[in-house]
Design a protein around this ligand. Structure first.
Ligand code: GUN
Length: 281
């Protein structure tokens, strides 16, 4: 069964729209600031999609587009001003950043109360202790896909390929706190196939077309494909050899239309949560 992330994302956004109406009745208008540095074409598309989602659910958004040459100090000053801006409840600095800017300095500068991406160390720490109320968008989107399709996590073996700060690391904590047995593979893992083929839930977040082939997958497994790769013919594909693996898997997410749209829907969830919790504080 192909897991339709696009449809689910639409349903989530409809629910959030209702919540936004309720918040507006209480005088709260959630606001998102999206900061982009430089001219990365993929980042520009993501930022446009995030702003469009804000329009769809009826919240305020603003874009701060900065030149590639922007210094780290200048970016930190922009974040500091947004931290104080009462219209803004969520600050998102689009990654990747130019090489001369430290992403950890940036995530640390965003107030934990406006950290809509949940990249700040304080909020990540709350995931470790099981006290979080917001989650990084890609892992959160994955958990929502599993939950809404009735795919159990507890007691399952889960292999995650990729250990990024944005996806693999936080997802491993979130799966662990839901009582999965978790393995994280990365570029130095000796035998990735061994760990993939024992997974009930296999997540790939690497960015390599056809990295996950049919022979690496257990029959009846759930495949979650976080990869977004552009092929020479311009088409998008994930990390999983979709056509072959879908025959063996019980559930599989497509690319596009799987995890991608979900990340934006749950970003809106995080925004509304932060607005509700911290407006005027
Ligand atoms: N780049 C790729 N994914 C993300 C994300 O979830 N948030 C931000 N800020 N940048 C990204």
């Amino acid at each position: 069964m192909v897991l339709d992330g696009k449809k689910l994302a639409g349903e989530i956004k409809s629910q959030i729209r209702e919540e936004v109406i309720r918040l507006k009745e209480k005088g709260i208008i959630p606001g998102l600031a999206v900061v982009i540095v430089g001219n990365d074409p993929a980042s520009k598309v993501y930022v446009k999609n995030k702003k469009r989602a804000c329009e769809e659910i009826g919240v305020y958004s603003e874009e701060v587009a900065l030149r590639e040459e922007t210094t780290q100090d200048q970016l930190l000053q922009v974040i500091s001003a947004l931290n104080k801006d009462k219209k803004i409840h969520g600050i998102l600095v689009q990654f990747p950043l130019p090489g001369h800017i430290s992403s950890s300095a940036v995530t640390r500068a965003i107030s934990p109360e406006k950290d809509v991406d949940c990249f700040n160390e304080y909020n990540l720490g709350k995931i470790c202790s099981g006290e979080a109320d917001i989650f990084p968008c890609t892992p959160f989107g994955i958990i929502e896909i599993l939950r809404s399709n009735g795919i159990e996590i507890e007691g399952k073996t889960c292999t995650i390929v990729g250990r990024s700060n944005i996806v693999g690391k936080p997802l491993s904590l979130m799966m662990l706190s839901r009582n999965a047995t978790v393995t994280v593979c990365h570029s130095k893992t000796k035998d990735i196939k061994k760990f993939c083929s024992q997974a009930d839930i296999l997540v790939s977040a690497v960015g390599k077309p056809k990295l996950i082939s049919e022979d690496m997958v257990k029959k009846g497994a759930t495949l979650i494909d976080v990869g977004i790769n552009r092929l020479p013919d311009g088409k998008l594909c994930g990390d999983v050899d979709f056509e072959r693996v879908k025959i063996k898997a019980e559930h599989i997410t497509p690319v596009p239309g799987g995890v991608g749209p979900m990340t934006i829907a749950v970003l809106m969830k995080n925004l509304v949560k932060l607005a509700e919790k911290y407006d005027n504080k």
